[in-house]
Ligand binder design. Sequence first.
Ligand SMILES: [Zn+2]
Length: 666
Amino acid sequence: MLFHARLIFFFAVILSAVGASAQDASTQERVARPDVFLITIDTLRADHVHCYGYNDVKTPALDALARDGVRFEQAFTPSPITNTSHASILTGLWPGSHGVTDFAVPLSPLHPTLAELLKKQAYHTAAFIGAVILDSKTLAPGFDRGFDFYDNFPEHPQTKSRWGRIERRGMNVVQHAESWLTRHPAGPHFLWVHLYDPHDPYEPPAPYSQTYKGHLYDGEIAYADSALAYFIAYLKKNGLYQNSVILVVGDHGEGLGEHHEDTHGIFLYDSTTHVPLILKLPGGNDAGAVVHAQVRTIDILPTVLDLADVPLLQTGEWKGDGESLKPYLTGTDVPPRPAIGETDYPLRFGWSPLRSVRSESFKFIEAPRPEFYDLNIDAAELDNKYEPWSDRVQKARALLAEVRREEPPREITKGTVGQGTVDELKALGYLGPADERSTTTVPEPSLLPDPKDKIEEQNLLHAAMVASEDNRAAEARQSLEKVLTLDPNSPVALRQLGELELQGGDYVKAAQHLKSALESLPDDATATLYEGQALEKSHDLAGARDALERSLKLLPRQFQARLLLGNVYLDLKNPKAAEDQFEAALLLQSSSIEAQLGAANAQIAEGNAAAALRDLEPLSKKQSQNADVFGLLAKAYSGLGKTAEAQRAQSRAKLLRQHTPQQPPQ
Ligand SMILES: [Zn+2]
C-alpha cells in the first residue's frame, strides 16, 4: 500500500517534471508549489466531530485527516453567518474589514482573495459550492474573483425540488470537483469545496437518516464526512494527496438549543463560533499534532501563502487581519490571538447587532445588556459576570474600538437583490432584505431590543420559513401566530403571515396582516405590493390602487406591480391611467404580451380603437395562436365599424379557445 502510494507520487513528480521542462523558467518554480484543497463544511460545530471528542457521530474521514495533519483544538470564526464567515476565510480579514456583513453585499475588489493571490502564482483555481447562498451571481457577488471556474447554480433551474435548485448534496459537490480535476490535471491547483449538508433542515440521505434517527444533525455531519472521504480517496488515487495542503474548516457552528438558539446567526457564543480546523501539510509533516492555542479562521489565508512559499507576508504586500499558523508548528512562542466576533443578522429583525472579543480565558459580548464570561470556570457561557469597570472588559472594548477604527468606511449602498433571490434566501431559512430600500436607516444599535430577549421569536420565525418552503403552511402559520403572542406587533411575523395567506387564498386576512406589518415597515415596497395583490383579489379596487401606487413610488421598476395596477385602473374605468401603467410596464419588459394587450385594451376603452389596431395587427401575426389577441382585435375592428373583419377575428378567437387550453382573461 505504502509502496503503491510512493509509486504514484514518483510518477506524479516525473509527469510534472516532463511538463515543466517544455515550459519557461517561471513555471519551473510552479512545480514546487503544493496543491491546495480548502474544504469548508457548513454549520459544523467543533464539539460534534469525533476527533474533537464527540462519541455520538462517526467521522472517519475527518479523524484520518487529523491523524495525517494538525488539529487545531480552539479555532474560531468571526461570524456565525455563511457569507460573512466565508469572506473572512477567503480574505483573511475581519467582517468589518471586508464589509460582507450581509447576504448579497459584494466582496469589494479592494480585498484580494486567496484565489486571486494563488492565481497570480500560476495556480489553477476552481470553487464548488453546496448552496445558492454562495452563488456569485446572486447572494455572494465577488466571491468568484480569482477562480478559473466557479460552480454556480443554474440561473433557470428545471426542478422545483430543493436539490439542485438551492442546495447540492455533498456527494454531488465533490463529484463536480473531481470531474473538474480530471479535466484539468495540470497543477498546481487551488480548489475550494463547500459542503452544505449539516445546515438545517436536517435531512441526511439513507442510511444516515436511519442510523442517526433522533439526532439528524449528526447524521448530516456523518454524511458530509462520507463525501469528504470520497474526495480524499480521489485525491489519493490521483497522486494529489501526499504533497498537498488540505484544510478542512467549519464556517460556523449550530446553536442546537444552547442559549435558546436553535440554529445560528443571532448569537456569538462558542456553540456557533467554535469550529473544527484541520490542516494536512505536504509530505505528512507534523502528522497527528494538536494545537491547543486559540486561532482564528482569518489565519487560513496567510497560512496557505506561507505554506505555498508565496512571499507576500514577508514583503508586506498582503496586509490582512490574520496571521500564519506556521509558528505553532515550529514550536515558536506565539503571542495570544484574540478572536473577534461580529453579527449584524439581528438587524434583519430590528434587533441590536452584536460584537464580541474572545481570549483563551474570557469572552466579552457587546450588546444592549453586555455579557462577560470567565471561560476557565464557565466554558458554557452561562454565568454573566459583566462589570463595566473590569479591566478585561475595558481592554476588550478598546480592542473592538481599534478594530472598528481600522475598518474602511462602509459603502452607502448595501446589497441589492431581486425578489427571486429573497425567496431563495427564505428557502434556506434566512430573512433577506425585504427589498432594495429596506436597509435605509438603522437606529442607534443600543436602542434596539437585545437579541437575548428575542431569540424565541427568531426560532419560531426560522421554523416558519423552513416549514413554508416545505409546503407545510399550517405549521408555518402556527409558528407565526406564536410569534404574535410574544410580540403582537412583530412586523416580520405579520409580513410572513400576510404572504402565507396570500398564497393560501385568504385574501381578506392577508390584506389585514400586511396592513399591520406596514405600520412598522412603511418603506417595504414588496410588502406593499403584496397588500395591493391581496386587496385586488378581495375586490377592494380603490384600496388595491392606493397600495400599488405606494409600492411603485417606493420602487418604480416593478413590472408585476405596473401590470396589476394597469388592470385595476381598467376595472376602475380609468383607461387613461391604465394605459400609462401598461406603457410603464412595457418600458421594463418591451416584449410582454400581457402589457401589450393591456395597453391596447386601455386604448379601446378610451375610444382610440385605431391606435389599438396599429399595435394589434402586427401582434396578431406574431401571436397567431393567441385567442386573447384575436378577441381584442375583434373589439378594435368593431370600434371602427369594420364588422366583417371583427367577425373574422371573433371566429378565429373562438376557434383558438376551443382548441387551446383556456387562458386567464386579460
Ligand atoms: Zn454557513
